[in-house]
Ligand binder design. Structure first.
Ligand code: NAP
Length: 235
């Protein structure tokens, strides 16, 4: 068990973009943050920068597409901290504006799913025993309103299908983990100016805030929902 008594939060893809800002905000609010990245160097660099501001941020190597590596990361967290309170599935790839569903390259679709859907899924499976320990687990799946079936149009097929799958996973996990008192929600950060979002979006601070909101829900907070800025979105 952690000797600090702090909330222990893990963020995937925490080295840049929205994930890095989620780590910064969680650290600033007193969480012990496990800043994970698929590169050890990138994890150490970002964790070092955020720790310089006084936050308790630890680097963790975690490539969500590497099943053995994900299990290794969970083993390390078990040995060092004994539990996990918050899991933010943020890592994602392939906003494929260049293709359409009608003639999409299905290898690109499969590659996106391996990170955006199966990646989040395998991280949940590996860390679930640790999330159950504290009795107040939170899982935040960083999704996109693009994946809302209600408003869905054409385009970005690999990305959109992977995030629609992530939304479905959110609903299933919320139902299955209710008895474990683990709240599971999907969050759209909005259009955010990052490497993926490009220029013109809102600042990472604003996009990350809605993710942090879902990470910090009280025990009687919502589960199985889809939110942006703390407000419900249509599925
Ligand atoms: P980003 O700037 O492209 O950052 C993506 C992060 O994911 C990077 O840290 C990247 O690591 C990491 N990553 C990719 N593949 C990985 C893997 N296999 N294992 C571990 N980490 C991996 O993207 P972002 O804009 O911050 O997006 C963050 C989340 O918000 C994503 O889920 C995205 O779909 C969602 N979102 C973004 C927007 C937007 O407008 N930006 C809108 C809606 C939803 P490397 O540095 O190693 O590549």
């Amino acid at each position: 068990m952690s000797s600090t008594g702090r909330t222990i939060s893990l963020v995937t893809g925490g080295n840049r973009g929205i994930g890095r800002e989620v780590c910064r905000q969680l650290g600033a609010s007193g969480h012990t943050v496990l800043l994970s990245a698929r590169s050890q160097v990138a994890a150490e660099r970002a964790a070092g920068e955020l720790s310089a501001d006084g936050a308790d941020v630890h680097p963790l190597l975690l490539d969500v597409t590497d099943p053995a590596g994900v299990v290794r990361a969970a083993d390390q967290v078990r040995e060092r901290f004994g539990r996990l309170d918050v899991l933010v599935n943020n890592a994602a790839i392939t906003y494929d504006t260049w293709q359409r569903a009608a003639d999409a390259d299905l290898r690109v679709v499969a590659e996106a799913a391996d990170t955006n859907l199966y990646g989040a899924w395998r991280v949940v499976q590996a860390f679930l025993p640790l999330l159950r320990v504290g009795g107040h687990g939170r899982i935040v799946n960083v999704s996109s309103e693009t994946a809302s079936l209600t408003n869905m149009g054409g385009g970005t097929p690999a990305y959109t299908v992977s995030k629609a799958g992530l939304n479905a996973l959110t609903r299933m996990l919320a139902a299955e983990l209710r008895a474990d008192r683990i709240l599971v929600n999907a969050v759209c950060p909005g259009w955010v100016a990052t490497d993926m979002g490009g220029g013109g979006g809102r600042p990472v601070r604003d996009g990350a805030a809605g993710v942090v909101w879902a990470a910090a829900l009280p025990d009687d907070g919502p589960t199985g929902g889809f939110f942006r800025d703390g407000r419900p979105l249509p599925w």
